[in-house]
Design a protein around this ligand. Structure first.
Ligand code: FCB
Length: 453
């Protein structure tokens, strides 16, 4: 059996709005996702996170599930509106829940990995322009200071932002995520301010002399050409700038892929958010890069597309419930590329997993496809490690089924099934299979899922 290095971190990941519920408890204020999901037509079936998985009240049971699973780290996010619920109000007691959660985890031998921003911006900050407004960078810095001083002793691993590409592009440009705006100029500013706030938080963390690790999580997508034509190769370059280098280059090279901004000037009206010194702040050295990987993109040149001149094609692999192609080689290619272009930076896969149409039969969920998905991606990660890649750990998305943003509760990503009527948790076959992987610290064959329980 192929083994992972000793001390390799096995984990699971979640996010506050997707699992907590208790949206008006403990002094929490409204977030942009409350507003968005309560607006008819924004989320499938009108679903929202008011109750979600009720993790806020059931966290002890959930930690027990993690303990039995055997993970050494759990990635969760803090809901910013629990700490800064309304303008001018800092509510430190809003962190009590996270203190209890972190303590419970530590007592069970699980290291907390905290995402500081997983998309639930306090609504009052959005009312002042949200990420489009440079002042939000200062609000994030204030929030960071509270987190570091209150939770710094309990939390050894910090992730400033989750997928700033989604928070800016999907939230302010495409409008399918909160706050639901369709304005490319704002999306571009939002992206810059998210990155700047990341850099400021990293600086603050260093200045406070805290001893944990701090990094950022990006959603990265390896891009492949539909044909060998040079036009398609150029399309790959453009999509790669848009999807990956837009965030990687400033973080690791203190520069933006300028050609991208020239290309999209006609929709953004010019990218005017960058002030002198910003890029040095953004490029503050990181302890690790968090990588969220789900699928790849295949693109062709298409002059009729006004933004990037690109058309997406479906790859030939099988597809998940999200209609995302299963393409494990993409993870290996992506990791290898990061190493080649950005140095052998320590990497954690902070999310990887798949949604399938799971059913409970006689108390059991036979999610063989999810096991196969995870097994093939673990294998790709192992190949990278064998070649000397600096991969430190792997967080499966997700511990349990949850609120999948604009898709509501219709997409199940969990290795634990959640019955949304009773809120009962039912570990799926993939949970028991993952338990074996962790116990062996090695690539247990997917077929053993049948007997893993
Ligand atoms: C990522 C998000 C995460 C989850 C997965 C499926 O983009 O970070 O919250 O929704 O996708």
């Amino acid at each position: 059996m192929r083994k992972f290095p000793e001390g390799f971190v096995w984990g699971t990941a979640t996010a506050s709005y997707q699992i907590e519920g208790a949206w008006r408890e403990g002094g929490r204020g409204p977030s942009i996702w409350d507003t968005f999901s309560h607006t008819p037509g924004k989320v499938l079936h009108g679903h929202n996170g008011d109750i979600a998985c009720d993790h806020y009240h059931r966290y002890q049971d959930d930690v027990r599930l993690m303990k039995d699973l055997g993970i050494s780290s759990y990635r969760f996010s803090v809901a910013w509106p629990r700490v800064m619920p309304e303008k001018g109000r800092v509510w430190v007691k809003g962190l009590d829940f996270y203190k209890r959660l972190a303590t419970e985890l530590l007592e069970n031998g699980i290291r907390p990995a905290v995402t500081m921003y997983h998309w639930d911006l306090p609504q009052w900050i959005e009312d002042e322009g949200g990420w489009n407004n440079r002042d939000t960078v200062s609000r994030f810095e204030e929030y960071s200071e509270i987190l570091f001083s209150e939770l710094g002793d309990l939390v050894p691993m910090w992730i400033t932002h989750n997928e700033p590409w989604c928070a800016s592009i999907l939230g302010y440009g495409v409008g399918v995520h909160a706050p639901g705006l369709k304005d490319w100029r704002r999306a571009y500013r939002a992206a810059h301010h998210l990155l700047l706030s990341h850099g400021r938080a990293v600086r603050l963390y260093r200045a406070l002399g805290l001893r944990g690790e701090i990094g950022i999580t990006l959603n990265l997508t390896p891009i492949y050409a539909a044909t060998e034509n040079p036009e398609d190769a150029a399309a790959v370059e453009r999509q790669d700038m848009f999807q990956n280098r837009w965030f990687l280059d400033p973080l690791f090279k203190a520069q933006y892929p300028e050609a991208l901004f020239r290309r999209v000037d006609h929709v953004t009206g010019g990218f005017d958010a960058v002030k002198p010194g910003d890029l040095d702040v953004i490029a503050a050295p990181l302890d690790f890069l968090g990588v969220n990987y789900y699928t790849r993109a295949v693109v062709a040149d298409d002059p009729s597309d006004p933004l990037l001149g690109i058309r997406h094609l479906p790859g030939e692999g099988p597809r998940t419930e999200m209609d995302w192609e299963v393409y494990p080689d993409g993870l290996y290619d992506l990791l290898s590329r990061l190493r080649r272009d950005y140095g052998n930076v320590p990497i954690y896969i902070t999310e990887n997993g798949a949604a399938y149409d799971d059913r409970v039969e006689n108390g059991r969920v036979r999610d063989a496809e999810r096991v196969a998905y995870l097994a093939s991606h673990f294998e790709a990660a192992h190949r990278f490690l064998e070649e000397g890649g600096n991969l430190r750990g792997y967080y499966v998305w997700s511990l349990m089924d949850n609120f999948e943003w604009a898709f509501g509760y219709t997409k199940r990503f969990g290795i634990v099934y959640v019955d949304y009527d009773t809120l009962a948790r039912i570990p799926k076959d993939s949970y028991f299979w993952y338990q074996r992987v962790i116990r062996e610290n090695g690539l247990v064959p997917a077929e053993t899922a049948e007997t893993a329980r």
